[in-house]
Structure formats: C-alpha cells, structure tokens
Design a protein around this ligand. Structure first.
Ligand code: GLN
Length: 266
C-alpha cells in the first residue's frame, strides 16, 4: 500500500512539473493552458531547410546577449530547440526591442523571442504562443538608497526604463517622471550614478545588471508579475500552432527547464 501511494505521489509530482510554467528562477509557477495539439513538426520542402527568422534584442541577459560575436541565452536556445522540432533553420536577427513587433508585422521576421511579455496592447498587433516563462518586473535602486524599499515607495520618483517595455508601461502608472533608455544597461548606470531614483526592469535582467555593480541593489519585492511568450504574425496561425506543439514537447521532456537551469542558478 505504501509503495502504491508513493507511485501515485510520484505521478502527481511529474504532472505538476510538466504542466507548470517554467519559473525562470523567480520561484513562482503558473498554471498554463494545457495544449494537447500534436504535430509532426517536420517540413518537407525537399532537402533545403526552411528558415525561421527570429527577431530579438540581444541586450537582455540571460535571455539574449552577446558572447563575442554570438548571440546566446535562454531564448536563443529555446528557439533552436523549436527550430529542430519544426525541421527549420533558425536565424537570429538583433534589433531594437521596439522594432520587433513591426518586423513581424512587415514579414521581416517570422517570430519575436525577446523575453517578451504578453500584453493586451501587443495582442492587438501580433499573436502570442503559449507562455514559456514566468517573470516579474523588479526594482533596482542605488545601493546607498534607504528610502525606496518597496514598490509603493516609487510614487512620484524618477524611474528609468527600457523604451517600449512593460517596465515602461507600468512605471507611468506611479510617476510622471519616466526616463526612457534604449538599453537596460544605460538605465542601470543612471541609477548607479545617482541621476535617477530607480529602474524597473525584468527580474533576471535586473539581477545580472546588479551583479557586476556594487552601487546597485535589487529590491526583493517585485513591481509586477508577468509571462513571456513568442510573438508571431496574426497571418501565421499555422506557425503559432506548430510552435505551441513544440513547446508542449519541450516542456514535457524537460528541455526548457534544463535550458533555464543552465543560465539561472538559484
Ligand atoms: N519583458 C519586457 C517586455 O516584454 C522586457 C523585454 C525586453 O526588454 N527584451 O516588455
């Protein structure tokens, strides 16, 4: 009986694991849609592999960043794994974050993978796949700052954000003084130099920005919670479905979690 119970618990644990959204190191899990669609994922264009052009902004460690000449990171590896499932050659195109959705709309890129949060506004312009990562917007302040301890303390403060990101959207809810930077790194430098009070940026990126800089600290309390997904053209629902099927497999076989664990250790 005891043994029987154990295996039930083990099975239950496995299903929870496969159905929960990869937490990306934030210690939180979210139930996701249980997508049961399956696809062969192979494309048969006679030998030549079709190309999957992925738009990203390689200023976003650990999701996408440069290592020498190469763009590496969680999203890049997940896209390669999806490309493999779909039998497609993955090409990564680096661009400004706010150019990614226009690139998908104009057909310059097939998909966007850039730690991109699913938002209502974006859903008006692109479709999103199922989510693959749970994240949050974190608050970075100067290490010497004793005044800002929680999100509530940001009211009216000068907040730096990366242009066009969810941090940009939400900071405007608590202050009129939003400073927009092209790169999260530039915003972090401004806090370190005391030019602005805080930065609102994705949690893992905040950690990696603060890691190498003793003048910065990341507050424990997140500003918001959100989920990342891959953006696809509204005209290409077939691709969205194929990617969703690949994501189900990559979640179930542990590939996504092992990619995340490679970059995020907690
Ligand atoms: N998650 C944030 C957003 O979607 C930031 C993404 C990014 O800067 N790459 O707006």
């Amino acid at each position: 009986m005891k043994k029987y119970l154990k295996s039930i618990i083990a099975i239950a644990a496995i299903s929870v694991m496969t159905l929960s959204l990869a937490a990306c190191g934030s210690n939180k899990t979210t139930e996701e849609n249980n997508n049961t669609t399956t696809t062969e994922g192979e494309n048969t264009t006679g030998g030549e592999k079709e190309t999957l052009v992925v738009a990203t902004n390689a200023e976003f460690p650990p999701y996408e960043y440069y290592e020498g000449q190469d763009i590496v990171g969680i999203d890049v590896e997940i896209m390669k794994a999806i490309g493999e499932k779909l039998g497609m050659e993955v090409t990564i195109e680096d661009m400004a974050f706010d150019s990614i959705i226009p690139a998908i709309q104009s057909g310059k890129a097939d998909i966007g993978a850039a730690g991109m949060t699913v938002t209502e506004d974006r859903l008006a312009n692109v479709d999103f796949t199922d989510t693959y990562c749970h994240a949050s917007q974190a608050i970075i302040v100067n290490a010497a700052n004793e005044e800002i301890k929680t999100a509530a303390d940001l009211e009216g403060k000068t907040i730096g954000v990366q242009l066009g990101t969810t941090g940009d959207m939400y900071a405007g809810d608590v202050t009129e003084n939003v400073e927009r930077y092209n790169k999260g790194f530039e915003a972090a430098m401004a806090v370190a130099q005391g030019k602005i009070d805080a930065v609102v940026i994705d949690d893992q990126v905040a950690k990696s920005l603060a890691e190498g800089n003793a003048d910065l600290k990341v507050l424990e309390e997140p500003f918001t919670e959100e989920d990342y997904a891959i953006a696809v053209s509204k005209d290409n629902t077939e691709l969205t479905e194929k990617i969703n099927a690949a994501l189900v497999e990559l979640k179930e076989d542990g590939t996504i979690q092992s990619i995340i664990d490679k970059y995020i250790t907690e």
